[in-house]
Design a protein around this ligand. Structure first.
Ligand code: SF4
Ligand code: SF4
Length: 715
């Protein structure tokens, strides 16, 4: 797994009155335990992976409390897990990356929302929207609306986040409705503190079992005809109950301001950016967070769905105008507020998307611009010149940066040094030179880095585990066989059924390359059903442990895949030969290449402490490193175009008569061997050499080195 959470696990045990310090997402984890959660599940994905990772590592403490933790195989299984709260008075929480995870979970969520819950059900969503987001840019808000599940969007400070977790469970129980809580990237990673409360061991738990199953109650099943009254109940019973709870418990926060002619309604999650923007405009001070100090009144919506009409109307009454700060499209909140104002017969002017952009993140700069427009229109007496000066500075800095960086090439993200997936794409690139460029269906995962230079592959990306399925319409219409690339994470998440089973059932064709690196690497190297067992990893020492598990191969065989080969990724020639065969064979049906090579990141994590221990004990160690002979290097850089390894780069040509920079291998090379493999497979210039760096050399090593030095000096 990505990291050890020893310190964080300790802080999960904090009791009443002690101070919890840490990240927002870990505050959620602690608050779940304070709420008496009985079961937790989820599927990893930034920015919420840590929630589950910590709980998985804290299994002993979870057992002590009686909390069941499950690393689910997809968001759909996590959502379905909340079914426990439909029939039993137990609190459950699940987590995943949204919007993609919510898409996968949506079937189970619809049924869950229809049946309703009696135990609190909380869904913690990593809202991966805006700068830094890595998924299709959409909002989870739409799911809340269509299923009538409530959506929390807490102010990004730890005390509010923790409190909203606890209130979230209560709201869920008070309205018999699942509650979602969206946390943007920055909210998950914001650091701070809050005063802890004691953890509550759940009443029904793995230590305190239920003697009998729940009574059979037909109306709890989301099944016709029960679904019809359930649908009516959502708006007739659950919605009013939720609004009552939100208003009575004061979940939304009002920050008074001394100019009450205008006001701002903001999603709780955007509050910090708003206060920063107001500070730049000299309309708020550093204490505006909790103690006021803001000139414009703010209604911070910690619950963005449902809104409480009376609360909105009371805030807007006697105001000339309000500005709604709502990130992303469409403007759900603004539209709802428009309806509330109309129904309440209030003539307060409503602004929002007319002053700020429709799509994309609302950062401080966007807010300063929007606020200046809004204030200029409705409070011309307010001096906003500090905002204008600040924006001029920002523009000047951007201009200067563009001037300085203008000539620099773009530096796209890429695979880790020595990644086993890179050689597969080298092989594919080599074969494409012979047979032509095929249609490449890409998938979500580390291999998506191959869409950047130097591989630039991928015609489609339709979601996690969907590559093979996305080629289904292309394959029958292509003269050249398309290829789908999928990681083992994607294979187990969705690819097995959506892709492989569908292809086999429809007697399809095509090539599927499965990157068997052993983990769900892109999300932090979480374990899969095919992760090599711990003992095999320990025994593998420096070698790849990926081959120690063959669940993928036997599953494919069991399903009826006739043509399948498992190939060592780093053997570029063998990989190219197998791939060429798959692409050109006359044999019909799906061809699967299982590209085997353990995730280098995880392998290095295993090796580093072993190596450090060995060196500290004075033991001899041989480290392989590759290099380039600068006299032989022709400077055509074909090796770089075939590899893209960050440690294979260029340096100035030491020969004053040659101007082209030469290739060089810098510190950091993990000796994966790809450089040598590529040089052979592509018949490149013979400039690569393999060196063995001997650490803690013995007498024989020293003697050999002296002899070699002597020979080379006299040659
Ligand atoms: S995390 Fe593993 S699989 Fe992903 S790029 Fe790094 S080495 Fe490759
Ligand atoms: S051998 Fe080549 S590809 Fe492998 S880590 Fe070293 S420089 Fe990178």
């Amino acid at each position: 797994m990505e990291r050890q959470f020893t310190e964080e696990i300790r802080s999960l045990r904090l009791g009443a009155g002690e101070t919890f310090h840490g990240e927002g997402i870990l505050a959620v984890t602690k608050a779940l335990l304070q709420s008496g959660v009985a079961y937790v599940g989820g599927y990893q994905g930034a920015p919420v992976s840590h929630l589950l990772d910590v709980m998985v590592q804290a299994r002993d403490y979870m057992d002590e409390l009686g909390v069941h933790v499950e690393a689910c195989t997809s968001e759909a299984s996590a959502a379905a897990m909340l079914g426990a709260s439909v029939s039993y008075p137990v609190r459950g929480a699940v987590t995943w990356k949204s919007i993609v995870g919510t898409n996968v979970a949506s079937d189970a969520l619809s049924y869950l929302a229809s049946a309703g819950v009696i135990g609190g059900a909380l869904i913690v969503l990593g809202e991966d929207y805006g700068e830094g987001g890595v998924v299709a840019q959409e909002r989870s808000h739409a799911y809340a609306l269509k299923s009538m599940m409530w959506l929390l969007d807490p102010r990004p400070n730890l005390a509010t986040i923790a409190a909203m977790v606890e209130r979230g469970f209560e709201l869920s129980e008070a309205s018999n409705t699942p509650v979602m809580m969206e946390l943007r990237i920055r909210a998950c990673h914001v650091h701070g503190s809050f005063t802890a409360r004691n953890n509550r061991a759940p009443l029904v738990s793995t230590r305190n079992l239920m003697e009998e199953p729940a009574d059979f109650l037909y109306e709890r099943l989301a099944h016709p005809p029960a679904i019809f009254p359930q649908e009516k109940k959502k708006s007739a019973v659950r919605l009013p109950a939720a609004r009552k709870f939100i208003a009575e418990r004061g979940l939304n926060e009002l920050f008074a301001g001394d100019d009450s002619s205008v006001g701002i309604v903001v999603q709780g999650g955007l509050y910090n950016n708003l206060v920063r923007a107001l500070q730049i405009l000299e309309l708020a001070n550093s204490f505006s967070d909790d103690r006021g100090g803001c000139r414009v009144p703010i209604l911070a919506l910690n619950v963005v769905y449902p809104l409480v009409p009376e609360e909105i109307a009371a805030f807007c009454a006697r105001k000339k105008a309000i500005l709604v700060l709502e990130e992303g499209q469409p403007e759900f909140i603004e539209q709802e507020i428009a309806t509330i104002l109309r129904r309440a017969d209030l003539d307060t002017r409503l602004h929002g998307k007319d002053q700020l952009h429709m799509a994309g993140e609302y950062n401080t700069e966007a807010m300063v611009r929007g606020l200046m427009k809004f204030l200029a229109a409705h409070t011309p007496h307010v001096d906003t010149s500090s905002g204008r000066r600040w924006l001029e500075q920002v523009n000047a800095t951007k201009g200067k940066a563009a001037e300085l960086l203008g000539a620099l090439p773009q530096r796209p993200p890429t695979f880790c040094i020595g990644c086993p997936e890179r050689p597969v794409f080298s092989a594919m690139k080599l074969v494409a030179q012979e047979i032509g460029r095929p249609h490449v269906a890409m998938d979500v995962g580390c291999h998506a880095f191959a869409s950047f230079e130097p591989f630039s592959q991928g015609n489609t990306l339709l979601g996690y585990g969907m590559s093979l399925a996305s080629a289904a319409g292309v394959t029958p219409m292509s003269a050249r066989r398309p290829v789908a690339v999928m990681g083992d994470g994607g294979f187990w998440h969705n690819g097995l059924l959506s892709g492989v089973a569908s292809n086999l059932m429809n007697k399809g064709d095509g090539v599927l390359v499965i990157m068997k690196n052993g983990y769900a690497s892109a999300t932090g190297t979480q374990e899969l059903i095919s992760t090599p067992p711990e003992e095999a990893r320990a025994a593998a020492a420096g070698a790849s442990a990926a081959g120690a598990d063959t669940t993928i191969e036997s599953t494919l065989k069991g399903m009826g895949v006739k043509w399948q080969r498992t190939v060592d990724n780093y053997d570029v020639a063998a990989m190219a030969k197998t791939y060429r065969e798959a692409m050109t064979t006359r044999e019909k049906g799906l061809k699967v290449i299982v590209a085997e090579g353990e995730c280098q990141l995880e392998r290095q994590r295993r090796l580093r402490p072993q190596l450090a221990k060995k060196l500290a004990q004075g033991e001899r160690n041989v480290r392989v490193k590759y290099g380039v002979d600068e006299d032989t290097c022709t400077g055509d850089h074909s090796c770089i175009r075939l590899s893209g390894c960050p440690t294979l780069t260029v340096k100035e040509n030491p020969d004053p008569l040659r101007t082209d920079p030469v290739a060089t291998v810098i510190e950091g090379c993990v000796g994966c061997g790809l450089c040598g493999e590529n040089a052979h497979a592509a018949i490149l210039c013979p400039s690569f050499y393999r060196a063995e760096v001997v650490q803690n050399p013995g007498a024989w090593d020293r003697l050999l080195a002296r002899l070699r030095g002597f020979v080379t000096a006299t040659a």
